[in-house]
Design a protein around this ligand. Structure first.
Ligand code: MG
Length: 422
């Protein structure tokens, strides 16, 4: 079997869902999804000559071929791997279809039939739609009336160390968090995550990475609202998006100890493992990070130094599905759990679910699609709703087990991007 072509399509959802399809001379095609990045489809197109003519079954060798080719331009991680991850996942879809096996079988078989999902929640109702540099935008398909709901965030980076001053006029309260938490628990989820670095009435300086006592108390009140709403049967996590300095992150993490968090995510910037280790060692609140780390090498030091309690690789970004298995194995040697980050469409989410089924040390997989009205409609071939009572039943059909719903994908396709060569 030989690869004959590699094509992409982009759907404009809450993020740009970027799909790669691999074509072969056997008539088998494979579908993968990449985490968004500036210039992503151009990178995938540049990688195509490395793949055409190759046997798609040599997935690990092809991963290495792309890796070392990209290293020539200086890449030891970064967005080239977002491209490689989508291609790698598409290769596994081809291989699974060829051998008549679901991807999880190719990764060692499954530990579990159903994968626990944690819902990423916003307290507000509005769709959060972000472009490849995390600036809020109005998707082409959004009704005019709903556009105003995110208008105030336009041109303000939403994530990152410094959110724009007055980036949103939405004031969050513990009651709003509690009400959303109850709603999500009623949908059957046993785990959920909220942003905690939301606009805080006591914040005077969003650039400093510092927290005043009043800010810490405000954040603790939001956490308390969620915990009281869902009780002890639901696991709750909170994300800080790399925003704070070490001592204020420690202070906040210790303040949150009574609420028994599943984890507190990215309290400090991700590059300094020693700083992360200090935060982690200072508190009983489990600390998680990993969506910025690429491949095993990106996680090695943090694991060796005990800098993280939970790791959160993004399988559409870190290097692909087999790399995810390898990262999980390395974490397992340090008795560390894996809770993959995921902002993907059902294509990437189900690919991630295959990995989550195949690793022992799995905690929960993220679902970031609650605000996207067509999330469930993006694929065909799944039996019933994809997420049911907070779990995904891992598909048993060959390969990924689902295919893109091209009609729906075309409807929401990003203007200016090719749609599988059209
Ligand atoms: Mg995060």
């Amino acid at each position: 079997m030989k690869i004959t072509d590699v094509r992409t399509a982009v759907v404009e959802a809450n993020y740009d869902w970027t799909f790669t399809r691999i074509y072969t001379d056997e008539g088998i095609t494979g579908l993968g999804e990449s985490f968004l990045a500036p210039g992503l489809t151009a990178i995938i197109a540049d990688l195509k000559p490395l793949l055409v003519g190759e046997d798609p079954r040599n997935v690990d060798k092809l991963f290495s071929k792309m890796r070392w080719a990209a290293s020539g331009a200086g890449s030891m991680g970064g967005i080239v791997y977002n491209a490689i991850s989508g291609i790698e996942a598409a290769l596994w879809d081809v291989v699974g279809k060829f051998y008549g096996m679901p991807i999880h079988n190719l990764l060692g078989g499954k530990y579990r039939d159903e994968v626990r999902i944690y819902a990423d929640c916003h307290a507000g109702e509005a769709l959060e739609a972000l472009d490849s540099v995390m600036v809020a935008r109005h998707p082409r398909w959004l009704p005019e009336a709903e556009k105003s709901a995110i208008a105030s965030e336009i041109n303000h980076p939403v994530h990152g160390r410094a959110f724009g001053e007055a980036a949103t006029d939405e004031v969050f309260t513990p009651e709003m968090y509690a009400s959303r938490a109850r709603e999500v628990a009623d949908m059957g989820f046993t785990a959920m995550k909220f942003d905690l670095d939301v606009p805080n009435p006591y914040t005077k300086d969003t650039h400093s990475g510092t927290l005043t006592h009043a800010e810490v108390k405000f954040m603790a009140a939001l956490v308390e609202g969620v915990r009281e709403a869902v009780g002890d049967a639901v696991d709750i996590a909170f994300d800080l998006h790399w925003r704070y300095n070490v001592s204020d992150a420690e202070r906040l993490a210790c303040e949150l100890e009574p609420y028994g968090l599943m984890w507190l995510e990215d309290p400090v910037p991700p590059e300094n493992i020693e700083a992360m280790r200090r935060v982690t060692q200072s508190t009983k609140t489990p600390i998680s990070s990993g969506e910025n780390y690429y491949m095993r090498y990106g996680f090695r030091e943090a694991l060796e130094k005990g800098a993280l309690d939970i790791i959160a690789p993004d399988l559409q970004k870190t290097g692909g599905l087999l790399e995810g298995r390898k990262i999980a194995d390395m974490a397992d040697a340090h008795y560390v759990a894996v809770a993959p980050h995921c902002i993907a469409s059902p294509v990437g989410t189900i690919a991630s679910a295959h990995v989550c089924a195949a690793i022992p040390n799995f905690l929960a997989l993220e679902w970031h699609g609650m605000s996207v009205p067509f999330w469930e409609d993006m694929v065909v071939g799944f039996d019933g709703p994809i997420i049911k009572d907070g779990y995904i039943k891992v598909p048993e059909a060959p390969g990924l087990g689902v295919d893109l719903n091209e009609e729906v994908a075309r409807e929401y396709a990003r203007p200016g991007e090719p749609f599988f060569g059209e």
